[in-house]
Design a protein around this ligand. Structure first.
Ligand code: SF4
Length: 351
């Protein structure tokens, strides 16, 4: 893993709807994905994780609107550029070749009436039209082998494969153009835990071999602790804490992260009581004032319901490697510039 950034999300805001009716789904998100890194993104349903992924790849369906920010991509060759400012033609080249996404329940996205070979070939034909049929077939076979599926299953239809195999095909499809960034949105939620761990273990192995970076989105923090280098926690559309995975597991600062960590049993070490988090995630149409976690927070105090805490580096010895947004840490050094005026806020569907 290197310290060079591959994707920088700066002050990203995403709304659903326009004007007074707009619901703020993602607010002032600043995140950097480094080359070769697995960055985990965790939070309860409705925290904005998937909206963030769709926003940064401009896959938001209306009424999703990117209302501000930048997503700076660093290609292997050439100058960095803002994904949010790409023309439709360049966006088409960017997707899949530079950044691929594996959706929730992706295994159900395979077309049931086409063979696996046809569907893998389609991707290559669309993005590398000059490639010969022979070379395409060779690449498809290699890709299936890489994700642990025998090449003789190329001629199978999706219904002839198990759920785990179909999900592997989708991961192979995402990697077939060797993108620098792969976004996995709850990639194994529909699978049993054994298959889940097998596939994720394989993905990490592939990442080590091929060198791509991963944004791994899940509500299951225990998976992230095991498989990611760094973890960012989202609540109410904002990043509330970010830290190296081991640091977050050992010593999380934000009361919401503590609640998430207290919601799953430790596999090793002494037994600990499962505490969970009381209450429900906030309704985005009527967000609580101040820190949106305050109605559920066991440590809430006076300023919490009045002021939104700023995300910044805490004054702790390891403060250079982590950030937190909580009034319990008033001396943080803020990260990210003040929210830039929207550069031509527009519907992602229109770009
Ligand atoms: Fe709890 Fe206040 Fe920190 Fe929010 S800002 S997490 S309410 S202590």
């Amino acid at each position: 893993m290197s310290n060079d950034p591959v994707l920088e999300i700066r002050n990203l805001n995403v709304d659903y709807g326009l004007g007074d009716q707009a619901v703020q789904a993602v607010r002032d998100v600043n995140l950097t994905l480094h080359k070769g890194e697995v960055l985990g993104l965790a939070g309860e349903s409705g925290s904005g994780k998937s909206t963030l992924a769709y926003g940064l790849t401009r896959l938001l369906a209306p009424p999703g609107v990117i209302s501000g920010g930048e997503v700076i991509y660093h290609p292997e060759k050439g100058e960095p550029y803002d994904v949010l400012a790409l023309s439709d033609a360049n966006l088409r080249k960017f997707r899949w070749a530079e950044t691929a996404i594996v959706f929730q329940g992706a295994m159900n996205s395979l077309n049931p009436v086409h063979k696996i070979s046809t569907q893998l070939n389609d991707v290559l034909q669309a993005h590398e039209p000059k490639m010969s049929q022979h070379s395409r077939n060779v690449r498809c076979r290699e890709m299936l082998k890489l994700v642990g599926i025998s090449a003789d299953r190329m001629e199978a239809y999706p219904h002839q494969l198990s759920g785990g195999m179909r999900q592997r095909v989708m991961i192979g499809m995402a990697l077939i153009l060797q993108p620098q960034v792969v976004i996995m949105d709850e990639p194994t939620t529909a699978l049993d835990v054994v298959m889940q761990r097998q596939i994720l273990g394989q993905l990490i192995e592939l990442r080590e071999r091929l060198g791509f970076s991963v944004i791994f989105i899940t509500h299951d923090l225990s998976l992230l602790v095991e498989f990611s280098n760094r973890i960012a926690i989202m609540y109410g559309g904002r990043i509330v804490e970010e830290a190296p995975a081991a640091t977050l597991y050992r010593d999380s600062l934000h009361p919401y992260s503590n609640g998430l960590l207290g919601s799953f049993p430790a596999l090793r070490g002494p037994r600990r009581e499962l505490t969970g988090i009381p209450g429900s995630p906030p309704d985005l149409k009527g967000m609580p004032s101040g820190c949106s976690f305050h109605p559920r927070c066991p440590k809430a105090f006076d300023p919490c319901s009045e002021h939104i805490p700023v995300l910044g580096r805490p004054a702790t010895p390891d403060g250079g490697t982590r950030t937190v947004a909580c009034h319990l840490y008033p001396d943080v050094k803020p990260v990210g510039a003040p929210a830039a005026a929207s550069s031509a806020a527009s519907s992602a569907g229109e770009r």
